[in-house]
Design a protein around this ligand. Structure first.
Ligand code: SF4
Length: 348
C-alpha cells in the first residue's frame, strides 16, 4: 500500500504512485506538455487549486453543477507550479471557487513535496508558491480572518500585493439575502487592517446591482462603502436570474431601468476611486510584466503587480526599445487615467 486517500481523491492516488514511480515525460504519448495544460500566453498561467464550493450563494448554481469543495493535494499543485515555471511562466494566477477555503474539505491534510510534508492550507500553499520565484497572484479570496496572515506574505514581497475578492455587495441586508460567505465580517475594518499590514495592497472586486430586494438605501450604502474601502478595481454586473438559482424566488424584482441607472452610477464612482488610487502611483518606480509589444509605436503593454491579466488595467510603457513579451522590467510611472498607468523605462 502506498497511501490512504479519501473518496474522489484521484490526484492523491496519482501523486502517491508518482512518488514511487516518477512519470517519464513522453511527447509522443502525453496529451499535455510537461508543464501541464495552459491556455494563456507563455509568461503567465492559471493554477487551479480546488474544484467545487461549500458556499451556497443564492444567485449561483456552481455548487449544484460542480459539487462541494474538493481541494487538490498541495504537492500536486506545487509540482504543477514548478513545471510551469520551468517552462517559462513568470506569473501564477491561483484560482478556485473559494481560494481562502482551500484544504478545509481535507482537514488541511499534508502531502509530500520534495521530501517535506506540506499542508493543504491557504497560508502554507501561498507561502510555498511565493518562494518559487514567480509572481503569485491570488484570485477569489473571501475576507475571513485567516487571510490576515497571507497579507503578511504580501508585505514581505513573497506574494503579489493583490487580492481579488468578489464582494458582490456591501449592504448587510443584501449580503444576507445573497447568503454570501463572510457576510458577518466587518470588512471595512478588515480592509483597513490589511492596508496597515501591506500599504501597497490593491483590491479588485465585482459587484451586483439590482439584486432582488435591493433598495435605494442598500445601493447608497454600497456606493459609500466602495469609496471608503477604496476598491482599486471594481467590476459591476446587473443582476440576471440564473435558471435553478434560489434567488429567483425572491420578491422585490428591480426594474431594468433602475438596474441601468445603478450600474452607471456605480461605474462612475468606481472610476473615480480607481483614478485616485492610480494617481498615487505617479512618480514611483515599479516592476511590470510585459504582455504585448508595439514596435511601430515604440511602446509595450505591461501590467503592474496590482493588475491581473484581462480584467484589470495596463501600464503603457513608452521608449520601450528592446523590451520583449514576458520580460519583467523596472519603469517609472509618469501619468495615469481611470484604468491605466503610463510609464517610461527606469534609469539605472
Ligand atoms: S458565488 Fe458563492 S456559491 Fe457560487 S461559487 Fe462563488 S462562493 Fe461558491
Amino acid at each position: 500500500m502506498l497511501a490512504i486517500t479519501g473518496p474522489h481523491q484521484y490526484e492523491s492516488v496519482v501523486s502517491a504512485v508518482h512518488q514511487h514511480l516518477p512519470p517519464v515525460p513522453n511527447r509522443f504519448v502525453d496529451l499535455v506538455p510537461e508543464s501541464g495544460l495552459k491556455l494563456t500566453p507563455r509568461h503567465y498561467a492559471y493554477l487551479k487549486i480546488s474544484e467545487g464550493c461549500n458556499n451556497r450563494c443564492s444567485f449561483c448554481i456552481i455548487p449544484q453543477i460542480r459539487g462541494d469543495l474538493v481541494s487538490r493535494p498541495a504537492a500536486g499543485i506545487l509540482g504543477e507550479a514548478e513545471g510551469l515555471i520551468r517552462s517559462g511562466v513568470k506569473e501564477l494566477l491561483v484560482i478556485s471557487q473559494d481560494t481562502s477555503a482551500y484544504g478545509v474539505d481535507v482537514k488541511f491534510a499534508t502531502s509530500k513535496y520534495r521530501g517535506r510534508e506540506v499542508k493543504a492550507k491557504f497560508y502554507d500553499l501561498a507561502k510555498e508558491l511565493g518562494q518559487m520565484g514567480a509572481w503569485t497572484r491570488l484570485h477569489y479570496v473571501y475576507p475571513y480572518p485567516h487571510v490576515d496572515q497571507v497579507i503578511e506574505l504580501m508585505a514581505e514581497g513573497l506574494v503579489l500585493p493583490y487580492l481579488d475578492i468578489p464582494f458582490q455587495h456591501a449592504s448587510p441586508n443584501v449580503l444576507k439575502s445573497m447568503r454570501r460567505p463572510a457576510n458577518q465580517e466587518k470588512t471595512l475594518d478588515r480592509i483597513k487592517k490589511w492596508r496597515d499590514i501591506c500599504p501597497d495592497l490593491a483590491i479588485r472586486s465585482n459587484f451586483i446591482v439590482g439584486y432582488p430586494g435591493e433598495t435605494e438605501e442598500d445601493f447608497e450604502f454600497l456606493l459609500d462603502w466602495l469609496e471608503e474601502a477604496e476598491i482599486d478595481r471594481a467590476g459591476c454586473f446587473k443582476y440576471e436570474p440564473v435558471t435553478g438559482a434560489p434567488a429567483n424566488e425572491l420578491d422585490g424584482v428591480v426594474p431594468e431601468e433602475v438596474k441601468d441607472e445603478r450600474f452607471a452610477q456605480l461605474m462612475e464612482v468606481a472610476q473615480d476611486v480607481s483614478f485616485h488610487r492610480l494617481q498615487q502611483k505617479v512618480g514611483r518606480t515599479i516592476d511590470v510584466i510585459v504582455d504585448d509589444v508595439r514596435p511601430e509605436e515604440n511602446r509595450v503593454i505591461a501590467r503592474s503587480k496590482w493588475d491581473a491579466p484581462e480584467i484589470d488595467g495596463n501600464v503603457i510603457v513608452s521608449n520601450a526599445t528592446g523590451i520583449k513579451i514576458g520580460d519583467i522590467v523596472s519603469v517609472t510611472v509618469t501619468d495615469n487615467d481611470e484604468y491605466d498607468l503610463f510609464a517610461t523605462p527606469a534609469l539605472n
